[in-house]
Design a protein. Sequence first.
Length: 261
Amino acid sequence: MEQDFAGKIAFVTGSSGMGLASALRIARGGGTVHVCGIDDDLNTEAINKAAGLDIRVHKTDVSDEQQVAQVVEKIAKISDGIDIVVNAAAIQTYGNIETTDSAHWDRVMNINVKSCYLTCHYAVPHMKKRGGGAIVHLSSVQGHANQYDVLAYATSKGAVHALTRAMALDCARDNIRVNSVSPGAIKTPLLEVSAQRYVDQGDPRTLDEIMESFGEAHPIGRIGTPEEVAELVAFLCSDKAGFCTAGDYVADGGLMAVIGA
């Protein structure tokens, strides 16, 4: 594989799914990667998958300001700075305007939006010292259009798009590019939680069958893989995307092109 990240230091949130796939891709490209996750089992799995690569995993609640500040300083000290930030940590919950209580709302916003703010708030000064860099926020097609009963999640992803634009403008003078990626249905633990919801409601299909049915909504005829999204993330983090900033890049198998009738 091309060593497109040789000498680069990356900070990635989310130790499973698209976060882990992005971390592995950057490390395979020669980068030094620090991954943050809160789940012990997923962190252990990430460590096992990263064997032989320059990846360290840090247990961190990325919605907690003190923990984020501490881990960023630790990373910058260990690796002499930060060049790349990939924010992939997220949760998806369900509820409408009546059934979504304030605790539910706050939890989604803290993990899906506040974490992006916190990681960048503390990482950008280190990126400036290194002469610039790249930031990618993992958003969702549900920041553009959404299902029923995903009020908090859809709102959080719309906020990520706005955050991306605002940061891109403010950081451009410091040679820091900021973009977002909006995936469709991707085979991740987060999507499995969505599929499990159908099982819990009495759907007779297996979890795999339900996951396959999600793919049928996409013109390409299947759900995507974390590795496919990671390639797009890697491109946006690389010097090849030097003229790309303030953009949202859709990786959805054609889903957003469909008109439901």
